[in-house]
Every structure is written in structure tokens, then in C-alpha cells.
Design a protein around this ligand. Sequence first.
Ligand SMILES: [Zn+2]
Length: 178
Amino acid sequence: MPHRRLVLLAIVAVSLLIVPAAMFCAYAEPRVVSPFGATTGPEGYPRRGGLHQGVDLAAPVGTRGIAPAEGVVNRIIKYDLCGNGVVVSHGTLATVYCHLSKVDVGAGQSVQRREVLGRTGTSGLKPDPGFELLHFEVRDGPTTGAKRLDPIAFIVGCFDASQGYAADRLVLTYPLPC
Ligand SMILES: [Zn+2]
């Protein structure tokens, strides 16, 4: 029956369009361009200030930096190396975001997972063109002297609205849209 064939063709055509798109989304996680503990930066130069205290995730300037779990903004920082940054407390853990061009939150503000904290930029230690990134740290508390931990050990993947994360603040999703 021609009508059935048309419907079948339409289903096949739509599947061909949707399936590759879904696969692409599932694997488009942010790219780590300099891991935790690295001695060189993404451009290959030796790091200033010793071993890398976080991870660098490739991100064009203006990318949304998003909360990887619910928490409270502990403070807004501005340092030579970090540039404009945000420190968020998540119970026993804290996360830090550096080199922002814009900060969208204030100290004391509660944030939900996926809420925008700021926009990526090149403040602080300026990257070479083509190496724009988000510096992301996990610490065992919000203080400057708190122990740095490898963020990748806490990241379960990209934010997925269908998952229930709210109960566990130690489960982090990527701090960039993916
Ligand atoms: Zn970094």
C-alpha cells in the first residue's frame, strides 16, 4: 500500500536524522586541554605557579560556566593568575572557576545545578589565541588553602535533566553546557 510505504519512508528518514544527532550529543563532553597535576599548560609551556591545581576545559570566550551541583556562592575572587573567579560551596566540597569575562552571581547566593555562574573569558593568566578555556577546581573546602582534588574524579558526565542529582552534592556534572 503506497500510503504505508510513505509512512515507513518518513520514519526511516526521521530516524536517520535523529539518531546521529543523539549520538553526537551523548559524546560531546567538554575537552580537557590540561589535566589536574599537569606541569605544562594547554599551549605546552611550563606552568607558572607549579602543578596544575584544577582542569582546563576548552571553551570559547563567552561560554556559559554552569554550576556542576547545587550550592552556595562562597565568594567572588580576583587574582593575578585566576583573573575573575567564583568559589561555590557544595557542603564539604567547593568548586572554583577562573578566567571569567563576566560573573553572573553574588556572594551568598544559592545556586542550582546548571545555573549560570558566569561567562568564560581570558582574565588573569591570558591564554594564547585558540586556547581559550575554563579553569575548574575542586577543593575539600572553600578556603584558599584547602586541599585541591582532581575534578575528573567527581564528574559523572554532562548535565541530564532526566536524572535526579539533588540529593548528592558530591556528584558533579561538567561546568560547561554539553
Ligand atoms: Zn587551569
